[in-house]
Design a protein around this ligand. Structure first.
Ligand code: URA
Length: 240
């Protein structure tokens, strides 16, 4: 149910409605990671994540769940021996130590979840959960329709046969192809290796979704808090 932001804030015990209006006008209130300064703004009372002065006032747990659109040129490990930027540099303003759920390569962009909920991370990255992940890739050369069947059967990458995967040809370019690829595992550089195995080099790779969580219009380098429905969804994947 949608209600005015100042009303929701007052009900959560932040301050009187009048004082909450001032906080909004002063640019001190964020809803789902975005600063809101308009008094008429309505928010979803159940799912909005509200911060005042960067302190979370909704869902007062110490758990934080973030969806980031990772740019190329950032590593997903927490530390790097070469001192390259890490994805944590992009969310430093949250003031809480979070960790990436799974990995994306340095040269891959797209959807990455970050959280300090170690239980959840453990559950959803466990191989038995087989969460669907969708990528858009630009690959070298023209991919033939045969590749669709080959992906469907699973592909040998090194000594491992992947689970059945989906390949969809989106568009032919002068000297490349845009494809969508859906996999259920998370082996190291899996999409790149699968494409290599059919003779096409991945030139650009972006993760578009993990299960039903999608990037949508979140810009590269931006992040937002997950809402309660999305957090529950992640827990449902983890089998809790
Ligand atoms: N597959 C890859 O090859 N790289 C990624 O970053 C993710 C999936």
């Amino acid at each position: 149910m949608e209600e005015r932001l100042q009303k929701v804030m007052a009900e959560l015990g932040v301050a009187s409605r009048r004082k909450c209006e001032e906080l909004i006008l002063q640019g001190r209130v964020k809803v789902n990671g975005q600063t809101v300064t308009e008094l008429g703004t309505k928010v979803d009372k159940q799912n909005a994540v509200i911060h005042v002065d960067d302190i979370q006032i909704t869902n007062k747990t110490d758990k934080v769940y973030i969806l980031l659109n990772k740019p190329i040129g950032y590593i997903t490990s927490v530390q790097d021996q070469f001192d390259r930027p890490t994805v944590l540099d992009l969310v430093s303003e949250i003031g809480v130590r979070v960790y990436p759920v799974g990995r994306l390569d340095y040269d891959t962009e797209g959807l990455l979840i970050l959280t300090n909920d170690g239980d959840l991370t453990y559950k959803i990255t466990h191989p038995r959960h087989n969460v669907t992940k969708t990528y858009t890739a630009r690959v070298s050369g023209h991919v033939s329709e045969d590749a669709i069947e080959i992906f469907k059967k699973g592909i040998f990458i090194e000594d491992y046969k992947t689970a059945p995967a989906k390949l969809e040809i989106i568009k032919y370019l002068d000297n490349g192809t845009i494809v969508n690829i859906t996999i259920h595992e998370g082996k190291n550089r899996q999409v790149r290796k699968m494409c290599d195995a059919i003779g096409h080099k991945v030139v650009a790779l972006k993760r578009m979704s993990i299960g039903s969580l999608m990037l949508n219009d979140l810009k590269t380098g931006q992040w937002r808090y997950l809402n309660n429905d999305e957090i529950e969804y992640l827990y449902s994947i983890g089998g809790q």
